[in-house]
Ligand binder design. Structure first.
Ligand code: MLT
Length: 400
């Protein structure tokens, strides 16, 4: 009999968004007359199609794959040089210097933030904000690793800072934060980087929502903080920036400065370890996708993406207005596509989820899915269509 990884006994039966989908399916089966009117503002999945530039590049790349002269088989596991350069240039236009050699192309920030745990042993102190994207907690739990939580609450604007109560080895940060939409400022990020440098810790920085930062004084990359290349890995993705949730392209920056001493005194480079991991377990993002992603990351490509982002931010504005009119305080929606608010009438988040689904046929995400501090909170996404967001807000306003 195989001995199983019993750490799986310590995670919930299903992943948050799978559980939401299951509950919505059950509701629709029970109420077939209402199924058509269900509006999904739960998982942050985009509704705008790919930009014209992305589509044209995809077609072009398909043609190349049809021609023996330009056909490509296996590509470099780290990503093609043109894609890594496009990422570095994108950073450069935002004032951040990144070496293309430190860029690893992948198929999702979800995969990479989950897989990166393999580089670290079990006896680390891992600090994770609560609430936050559930993948960090689930993947470390599956690995049997111990997690220490740092509270994100209204008191600290959902932006926990180091408090020296634990000496962390690995710190997850997500800014703009999923689910709260809160975004660290430069000074706060510098405090985190200084803390990591002082404690020889590594920051795993998820910047998947950086393109939504609208206040120019706010940082979009951990590498805007001095010394971050010596202590931080950054994960980013085109899922939300360019509507690639179904197309799949992400990038992870592991600077060559990230080196630590092994127990036998040998120097180990996280970049080299990640390179070893990826070349062994990953065969790369498809050429066609990398080709389109490089076009998307160009100045012209990004202009098109920003039109879609503005579209979504108009939805965020609609949601925010409704909450304001209802006197419900919230965070997010300015530098993030997510809006996070306290459930009305003292309800708990799964209770409010059912209430909203049953009475308004609107699906959101219960805050409890992001950590215990989310127990009484709820997240709505602005990734719907204008029409559906407007309809959902009308129903919301009527109900509450
Ligand atoms: C979310 O809704 O939090 C995200 O869409 C999930 C993800 O990016 O994997």
């Amino acid at each position: 009999m195989p001995k199983l990884n019993e750490n799986y006994l310590n995670v919930q039966d299903s992943y948050l968004f799978a559980e939401i989908a299951r509950r919505v399916r059950t509701y629709e089966e029970k109420h077939p007359d209402k199924a058509a009117s269900v509006i999904r503002l739960g998982i942050g999945d985009v509704t705008r199609p790919l930009t014209a530039g992305a589509v044209a590049s995809l077609h072009e790349a398909v043609e190349m794959q049809a021609d023996p002269e330009t056909f490509k088989g296996y590509g470099p596991e780290q990503g093609y040089a043109f894609a890594r350069n496009a990422v570095a240039e994108y950073y450069g236009r935002n004032g951040v210097k990144v070496d293309p050699d430190d860029v690893f192309i992948s198929d999702g920030a979800k995969s990479d933030t989950g897989n990166i745990t393999e580089l670290f042993s079990k006896d680390n102190v891992i600090l994770v904000p609560d609430p936050v994207y559930p993948v960090y907690v689930d993947t470390n739990t599956m690995d049997g690793k111990q997690i220490a939580y740092m509270n994100g609450t209204e008191k600290n604007d959902f932006l926990p800072m180091p408090d020296n109560s634990v000496k962390a080895d690995i710190i997850y940060l997500c800014s703009p934060n999923n689910p709260t939409g809160a975004c660290y400022n430069r000074e706060q990020l510098q405090v985190w980087v200084d803390y990591a440098l002082e404690n020889e810790a590594v920051i795993l920085f998820d910047s998947a929502y950086e393109a939504f930062v609208s206040q120019p004084e706010l940082p979009r990359s951990i590498y805007e903080a001095e010394g971050a290349e010596k202590c931080a890995i950054e994960f980013c993705s085109l899922s939300k920036t360019a509507g690639f949730t179904g197309t799949r392209f992400s990038y992870t920056v592991v600077p060559k400065e990230l080196v630590f001493t092994a127990s036998n005194g040998q120097i180990m480079s996280l970049r080299d370890m990640w390179n070893r991991r990826q070349s062994t377990k990953f065969n790369g993002t498809p050429y066609i996708i990398q080709y389109a992603a490089a076009a998307v990351l160009s100045e012209e490509g990004m202009k098109e993406c920003m039109e879609n982002i503005s579209y979504y931010m108009e939805n965020a504005r609609m949601i925010a207005e409704t909450l304001r009119r209802k006197g419900i305080s919230f965070t997010g929606g300015v530098n993030s596509p997510y809006i996070w608010f306290k459930c009305p009438n003292g309800m708990e988040s799964w209770e409010f989820f059912d209430y909203l689904l049953e009475n308004a046929q609107v699906v959101g995400t219960p805050g409890a899915g992001f950590g215990v501090n989310g127990k009484n909170y709820f997240r709505l996404t602005s990734f719907g269509t204008h029409e559906n967001t407007k309809k959902a807000m009308e129903r919301f306003e009527k109900l509450l």
